[in-house]
Each structure stands twice: as structure tokens, then as C-alpha cells.
Design a protein around this ligand. Structure first.
Ligand code: ATP
Length: 310
């Protein structure tokens, strides 16, 4: 039995992510789009506490009790625990407590962070001792963004976003995150992108089924220079997200007017990430945006992936 399980519970913290670059190609026959993306894990965390139990249960705090987060087998943390039990033939259960800080359906991979945290927590609680490679494997079966929440840092995702390779990122990047109370459904945003592309018409070439992250994005990350990264920020889903939520464009404009270098819709939105040149400027911009009625969170990246903290 591990020390952690002897103590009766395992507490794991996993980060939310932003996509500093997101290229979306054509749709494969299985419905998934070809992606080339750069994830960065940021200092906004989900906490998952796993306690010994004979069967499986879950509680979730930090979100409205409005059914937006399922409390049954559809919950990604629950699915992660059950997948690990099946894969390791573990016979007991677990009582999971999820404390959410990442906005639900915010394009920041909160559910994926919960799944990664639950895998690490249950592996320690049950003493199943899986190798990093096997944990990665299970994470990939839970969802395209789950392996990244396990590893953290800055990484390139290709294929369907699930083929992950670490990216060299120097230094620290300061971000202001403007979250929305109302989430945006990822499938709805992808459907909108397909519609917008259809409207663009037959003149355009078919989007490619294999994509790479452009070199200037990787160079900007390597230099650690926020100004270079600001020039390289890009999201192919942004037009579709703005179609659903035009106010997000105003948020980006306000952020830039207040002193941010640049802004982007994170993933499928509606979270807006504003890149600032340094922590002090980020604080300044945060104050100015509060005067405009927004309430941005100041975070930094990259940070590590799912870690046991107690
Ligand atoms: P996506 O991975 O689709 O880009 P997202 O980052 O925008 O997601 P999440 O908060 O991860 O948003 O959740 C998207 C949906 O997944 C939620 O609306 C909810 O129905 C479902 N879900 C399942 N498990 C969880 C969980 N542990 N936390 C939050 N949502 C969950």
C-alpha cells in the first residue's frame, strides 16, 4: 500500500489549458477534424480528492448546481476512475471529490483536467502503480485533451489533437482570462466552422486532413518573448466562436485597448485569453478591465500537469 493510500486520501491538482495556436483542417470520416494545436497549461487548477470506498461516487463543487456537470458515469473523472479499475482489474471503488476552478464548457479543458487528475489520484490510492506510458494510454482513451492535462507544460497536438509532443517554451507568459458564465458547446462551434467554410464556397480548396503548427509559433515559444508570441497567436475556430458569441470580439478589443499585446478565443471558447508583456502590465490591464465591468483572472503558463499535492 502506498503512503498516500495509507493516509486515507489522495489529493491531485491538474491545470486548465489555453490553445495559443489552433489550426483546424478538414473533417475525417469519423467526424473529427484534423488539428494542429499548441496547448499551454496555465495556473488555473482543478482539484480532485480520491478517498477509499467500496463503490464509485462523485461530488462536484465550485460550479452552479444546474446540471451542467454530470454526476454520473458521464462525468469524465468518474469515467477515468472506472477505466483505470477495469484496466488494472482493481475490485474496489472510490469516492471522488472534484473542486472546480476552470469554467465549465469554457474551452479550457476543465473536464479533461478532472479526468487526468482522477487517473493519477486513483492510481496512487489503489496502489496500481501504472507507468507514465500506460497512464498516457488510458488518458488518450478518455479524450483528446486528457493526455495534455496529464503532462502539462507547453505541447504540440496533431492528428485529432491527440498526438502530443512537448514544445520548448522558455520563460513565463502572463495571461488574463475573461471567462463567461454561459459555456459554449464544442460541437456547436465546429458545426458552425463547417457551415462558414461551406458558405465560403467552392472557390476555396478543401481543408487539408493533415496539418502542422507553423514554425513562427514554435520560434516565438522558444524565445520566451511575449511580443513574438502575441504576433503568432491564432485560432481557426475563432470566427465560428464569434459567430455564436459576437461579444467575445468586443472583449478582445477592450483587452488590447487596455494594454494587452493581443487576445484570442481559447479553443472553442467562450474564454478569451489576453497575452500581457509582464506580470505588472497584466495587473494594470486587469484593473482597467474591471473598470469596464469585466472580471479577468490573472494566470501564467506554462505550469506542470496533474500532480499529487497531498
Ligand atoms: P472540451 O473538452 O469539449 O473542449 P471544454 O473545455 O470547453 O470542453 P469542459 O468543462 O471540459 O469544457 O466540459 C464540456 C462538457 O463536458 C460539459 O458541458 C459537461 O457536460 C461535460 N463534462 C463531463 N465531465 C465533466 C467534468 N468533470 N467537468 C466539467 N464538465 C464535464
Amino acid at each position: 500500500m502506498s503512503l498516500a493510500s495509507a493516509a486515507g486520501s489522495v489529493h491531485v491538482r491538474a491545470p486548465g489549458k489555453i490553445n495559443v495556436y489552433l489550426g483546424v483542417g478538414g473533417r475525417h470520416d469519423d467526424g473529427y477534424h484534423a488539428l494542429a494545436t499548441v496547448f499551454q497549461a496555465v495556473s488555473l487548477y482543478e482539484d480532485v480528492i480520491a478517498r477509499p470506498a467500496d463503490d464509485f461516487s462523485i461530488t462536484v463543487s465550485g460550479v452552479e448546481d444546474d446540471g451542467s456537470v454530470p454526476l454520473d458515469d458521464r462525468n469524465l473523472a468518474m469515467r477515468a476512475a472506472k477505466l483505470l479499475a477495469t484496466a488494472t482489474e482493481h475490485t474496489g471503488g472510490v469516492a471522488l471529490e472534484v473542486r472546480k476552478s476552470v469554467p465549465v464548457a469554457g474551452g479550457m479543458g476543465g473536464g479533461s483536467a478532472d479526468a487526468a487528475a482522477a487517473l493519477v489520484a486513483c492510481d496512487a490510492l489503489w496502489g496500481t502503480g501504472l507507468s507514465p506510458a500506460r497512464l498516457h494510454d488510458l488518458a488518450a482513451r478518455l479524450g483528446a485533451d486528457v493526455p495534455f492535462a496529464l503532462h502539462g507544460g507547453t505541447a504540440v497536438g496533431t492528428g485529432r489533437g491527440d498526438q502530443l509532443n512537448p514544445a520548448l517554451a522558455r520563460g513565463r507568459f502572463d495571461w488574463l482570462l475573461v471567462t463567461s458564465e454561459q459555456g459554449l458547446s464544442t460541437p456547436v462551434v465546429y458545426e458552425r466552422l463547417d457551415l462558414l467554410r461551406e458558405e465560403e464556397g467552392a472557390l476555396a480548396d478543401d481543408p487539408p486532413l493533415s496539418l502542422d503548427v507553423p514554425i513562427p509559433v514554435l520560434q516565438a515559444l522558444r524565445t520566451g518573448d511575449p511580443r513574438q508570441l502575441a504576433d503568432a497567436l491564432h485560432n481557426d475556430l475563432q470566427a465560428a466562436a464569434l459567430h455564436e458569441r459576437p461579444d467575445l470580439g468586443d472583449t478582445i478589443d477592450l483587452g488590447i485597448a487596455a494594454g494587452a499585446l493581443h487576445g484570442i478565443v481559447s479553443g472553442s471558447g467562450p474564454t478569451v485569453a489576453l497575452l500581457c508583456p509582464d506580470p505588472e502590465t497584466a495587473q494594470d490591464v486587469q484593473t482597467r478591465l474591471r473598470d469596464e465591468g469585466l472580471d479577468p483572472l490573472h494566470v501564467h503558463g506554462p505550469v506542470p500537469g496533474a500532480r499529487i499535492i497531498g
